[in-house]
Design a protein around this ligand. Structure first.
Ligand SMILES: *Cc1c(COP(=O)(O)O)cnc(C)c1O
Length: 431
């Protein structure tokens, strides 16, 4: 499989090169030259096929010969070393729980897969790579955890001081070893700005090999297809495929689902569940794509004003607006509606949703109200304990902390507190 850049100005690369580079040199996103079709046997007999076999058969055409089959299977096994249950909430709505991994959010799956691929590619080279990321919360923890002790990789994470939740901060600052956390006295935008400056600094990049670990990277984006297939395996009524609602920020997650669907996975429809950052909701209504600065909300992992993966969705539909509209709907859910939804889901169905999952639930409920013959699931993208303030406000009850977190919360934070000063960041990256 070859990958081209969505900006069309960079040479084709294979999976290995796309993973190591992250973003294409022309600043476009890598996209597969063709969308492989999953074989009939996989779909017809999915219930009897082990999870890791499903996943490796889905990802194999994308990886090509970059990784030997046996190694790929072991990477996939390690990626999926925790359960991903589809849990019934109402008669027509289920929750695909993606929060049972080590950092309690769906980003664990992409980060674990990517870190192992990168580790494999670097093992045969003397090259050292620095993974540089800015995080508004969940990415940092997942990347830190995924890359811990991976040979040849140093990780530098920038996060805004006082603006991530206590659990999120512990997840990205307590590991140490090859993980360095920089606590920036500023906003997420300041962190992102510093990272962009580093990637644009050719002089620095001649000395240090930088790559990113956000969903722009194909090795983080593509494995997100796994759980859509694992949900299909668990879906009861195979003659009535699900409507799938995805709480969306940078649109990597939903785009992976749409890609899975384009390669044969049955799905009735996709719903991009958005908060006040409703650029895509608006686009689907008006046909105008107008990015604007993000506004803060309770579902803060979705506070994105210009979703980078949206271009990949356009690519899947060959930039044909009517085709896109027939597969994808979008709803905008406010903070007040989010709190109400968490509260109602708890009172009526005895289920605790996090703010992101609640946005997904409500968007799905709205769609199903107009399509009563259908059923669906939403992606529960994070454990409610990662967002305790909103959840406790809505349910009136403290969120139970999983045992793994109780010990994590006692560990000591190790971070370097600094002003958003590029020269300082540069000297850290060079050392
Ligand atoms: C990152 C994140 C999202 C948004 O996912 P995208 O792939 O960026 O659309 C949603 N919910 C949670 C909890 C997240 O961490």
């Amino acid at each position: 499989m070859k990958y081209y850049s969505t900006n069309q100005q960079s040479p084709l690369v294979d999976f290995r090169e796309a993973t190591i580079q992250g973003q294409a040199p022309d600043k476009g996103l890598y996209f597969p030259e063709s969308i492989p079709q999953v074989d009939k046997d996989l779909l017809e007999n999915i219930v009897a096929i082990p999870d890791e076999e499903i996943a490796s058969r889905v990802i194999k055409p994308y990886v090509g010969n970059s990784i030997p089959d046996e190694k790929l299977l072991s990477i996939v096994k390690e990626t999926l070393s925790f359960p991903i249950p589809l849990v019934k909430i109402t008669g027509s709505i289920s929750s695909l729980e993606l929060f049972h991994g080590p950092t309690l959010a769906f980003k664990d799956i992409g980060a674990r897969f990517m870190s192992r691929c990168l580790g494999y590619f670097l093992a045969s080279e003397s090259k050292k790579v620095t993974v540089l990321v800015a995080t508004s919360g969940d990415t940092g923890g997942a990347v830190a955890n995924g890359f811990l002790d991976v040979e040849g990789v140093e990780v530098v994470i920038l996060y805004p001081s006082g603006k991530v939740s206590p659990v999120q901060e512990k997840q990205l600052t307590t590991l140490g070893r090859n993980i360095k956390a920089l606590e920036i006295e500023g906003s997420f935008d300041d962190c992102q700005q510093l990272v962009k400056q580093a990637f644009a600094d050719q002089d620095l990049r001649n000395q240090v090999f930088l790559t990113s670990a956000n969903s722009i990277n194909v090795a983080r984006w593509l494995p997100q297809q796994f759980y859509y297939f694992l949900a299909w395996k668990q879906w009861e009524n195979k003659s009535n495929p699900p409507v799938i609602a995805v709480p969306s920020g940078n649109f990597g997650n939903i785009c992976a689902g749409i890609l899975a669907n384009a390669s044969g996975l049955p799905a009735a429809h996709f719903i991009a569940a958005c908060n006040a950052n409703d650029i895509v909701t608006e686009y689907l209504q008006t046909g105008q794509y107008q990015p604007r600065p993000a506004v803060p909300t309770l579902s803060n992992a979705m506070d994105v004003g210009n979703p980078s993966n949206f271009v990949r969705i356009l690519e899947i539909f060959h930039h044909q607006f009517p085709k896109l509209k027939s597969h994808l709907s979008s709803y905008r859910i406010s903070d007040a509606e989010t709190i109400d939804a968490i509260s109602n889901i708890y009172r009526q169905f005895n289920y605790t949703a996090d703010p992101h999952g609640a946005v997904g639930f409500l968007a799905l409920q709205r769609y199903l109200a107009e399509h009563p013959e259908q059923k669906g699931y939403f992606l529960e993208t994070a454990h409610p304990v990662k967002f305790p303030a909103a959840v406790e406000r809505a349910t009136g009850k403290p969120v139970n902390m999983p045992a793994s977190l109780q010990s994590l919360m006692k560990e000591k934070k190790k971070s370097l507190f600094m002003k958003p000063d590029y020269d300082h960041l540069r000297s850290i990256l060079r050392s």
